[in-house]
Design a protein around this ligand. Structure first.
Ligand code: GLP
Length: 247
């Protein structure tokens, strides 16, 4: 694993945006796995700036997002489709038909999950998967469990995740209780994984994920088995790794 310790959140976002731009410039038809959450938002702004400045061209890029809430339409301002459109896709030269987010309103959830995995396989897999991390160690919406998920699946969100994401909704009760998430197979098969973290509140879960046992109780710990992970974060978020002597 490569760990990049930055002086600030802004520097982390700049580093990650540069990595993505480099990949897109080298492979204009690459497949990007994208993430939501608060952490990548400034990084997406940097991608928009780079695109507007003519430094990167997304016209041939395909994207596949990690997850989507169940039961809210894509027009809902908290759906992850809406998030991606407003934070990135609406502002760059990507063809929206080449952007995929699971359909959280699908009537046949199993068929939707299977179709999502088939699409990723048709792509030939993901070139670069961007990840954040939840305080309970979730990646995508793969919550702590007694086993690692395999394919795209429907999950029950934990109380910790509902609490964390309640800040985006008018009331905690409005936070969906279920979500569709890409499983560990597609994440682990991505050619490269790029995790971005920020802030002291993530330090303990980062320590557990990368220095603790590999266990589905800490879903991100599976990344210890991935051959090409880059973890980018500020000093506060990576303080636990420093204490463990990993950086
Ligand atoms: C959500 C998303 C995750 C994301 C996590 C952390 O739960 N499903 O993909 O990593 O939030 O979000 P934040 O970056 O806001 O801490």
């Amino acid at each position: 694993m490569k760990v990049v310790v930055t002086k600030s959140y802004d520097e982390s976002c700049a580093y990650v945006a540069d990595m993505i731009c480099k990949l897109v410039n080298e492979k204009p038809n690459c497949k990007l796995g994208l993430a939501t959450g608060g952490t990548p938002v400034p990084m997406y702004k940097k991608l928009i700036e780079a695109n507007k400045a003519g430094k990167v061209d997304f016209a041939q890029v395909r994207t596949v997002n990690l997850d989507e809430y169940c039961g809210i339409p894509e027009t809902h301002d908290q759906s992850y489709r809406y998030f991606m459109n407003t934070n990135l896709f609406d502002h760059i030269d990507i063809d929206k038909a080449n952007t995929y987010v699971p359909n959280g309103m699908a009537e046949d959830v199993d068929a939707e999950c299977a179709a999502y995995d088939e699409r990723i396989q048709e792509f030939g897999g993901i070139d670069l998967q961007l990840l954040g991390i939840g305080h309970d160690g979730h990646i995508g919406f793969n919550e702590p469990a007694d086993h690692f998920s395999c394919g795209t699946n429907c999950v029950e969100l934990t109380d910790m995740t509902i609490d964390a994401n309640a800040r985006f909704f008018a009331n905690r009760d409005d936070v969906p209780r279920q979500a569709l998430t890409m499983g560990m197979q597609a994440i682990m098969q991505a050619k490269a994984v790029l995790m971005v973290v920020s802030g002291a509140d993530k330090a303990e879960i980062i320590r557990k994920s990368f220095c603790g046992p590999i266990t589905p109780e800490v879903p991100a710990s599976i990344l210890q088995l991935h051959p090409n992970v880059t973890l980018v974060g500020d000093e506060a978020a990576l303080a636990g790794l420093k204490e463990e002597g990993l950086v």
